[in-house]
Design a protein around this ligand. Sequence first.
Ligand code: FE2
Length: 206
Amino acid sequence: MRKFNLPELPYSNDAFSGFISPETFEYHHGKHHKAYVDKMNSILESDSSYGSQPTLEELVEKTQGGLFNQAGQSWNHTFYWHSMSPEKTEAPGDLKAAIDKSFGSMNDFRAQFVEKGMGNFGSGWTWLVKNSKGTLEIVNTSNAENPIRQGHTPVLVTDVWEHAYYIDHRNARKAYLEKFFDHINWKFAGQNFSGSGIPNMTQFMV
Ligand SMILES: [Fe+2]
């Protein structure tokens, strides 16, 4: 039976001074993300209806209810860790051109992304996605929901559950979103934009 591992962070937990503290990573990655992966594994152990070796992407696309919640949160968090970089990165030319086309400019995109995240009521995720026509959109999802279930390709994501920012920013979601934007891993986003198919998070967890 497939057993997924908690993926390692792609940087040290003190890499984001002034944005995300080691304490937040200890809780968010070490406790919240770990609990989603552990619960997903325990459901998979008692339910063989998804085959012995499902990918995480298959579980996110095809499951419902309790298993979906754990699989969705497992995928979304892995994608989120990789959506951020402690080093400054630049958007590749093709992604930059698509951002200009959809949003006007990088600055306009920043403002619209922060505004969309501010408008995401309750717990959820704010995504940049490539839709089925190849056009970029900003979409919000609630709880564990993932836009691949609406036929979109995720390009990058930020976590707007309070557990993502409350230790460091208390209720200041806007400050967190602005700092997130300034730490986007554009290299990763570019790969997701120009790649074919759904980004592979299974590779980090098996
Ligand atoms: Fe989270």
